[in-house]
Design a protein around this ligand. Structure first.
Ligand code: HEC
Length: 103
């Protein structure tokens, strides 16, 4: 019984780490971002909603900070996204605007 529990834990661990090993899909992130995020940023930061990411006093200063901010905006809006969706949007924003080094 004890062994079964250990095997189950190991398998669970493998599956969980597999999810994070999948490469983020920036083009999918771009689509999600276009659907859920651009309009509000554009309304507040000029017609081109992406100006928010390149303004001089931008908020986000690291990849970790970007992940937190994407989650913050998503949670405030009560958008239902999987971690995978968040990762895709983070990847899209990072490759297109922020360009923080990937670890
Ligand atoms: C209802 C309006 C609204 C929506 C919709 C929205 N945001 Fe935001 N977002 C804001 C505001 C306002 C700020 C600026 C906050 C500040 O400057 O303190 C912001 C800031 C950000 C920033 C930080 C920009 C910087 O300064 O570096 C990121 C990243 C971001 N939002 C991502 C998203 C993502 C991803 C979505 C879609 C899930 C989203 N936002 C949807 C209002 C919104």
């Amino acid at each position: 019984m004890k062994h079964l529990t250990i095997v189950a834990l190991l398998l669970g661990g493998l599956c969980a780490s597999h999810t994070y090993a999948v490469a983020a899909d920036a083009s999918r992130g771009a689509r999600l971002h276009g659907e859920q995020c651009v309009t509000c940023h554009a309304a507040r930061f000029g017609n081109h909603g992406n100006d928010i990411y390149t303004r001089a006093d931008r908020r986000v200063q690291s990849l970790h900070g970007l992940q937190q901010q994407v989650n913050r905006c998503k949670n405030n809006l009560q958008i239902v996204w999987f971690d995978e969706d968040v990762n895709d949007v983070v990847d899209h924003l990072n490759t297109t605007h922020y360009r923080f080094p990937q670890n």
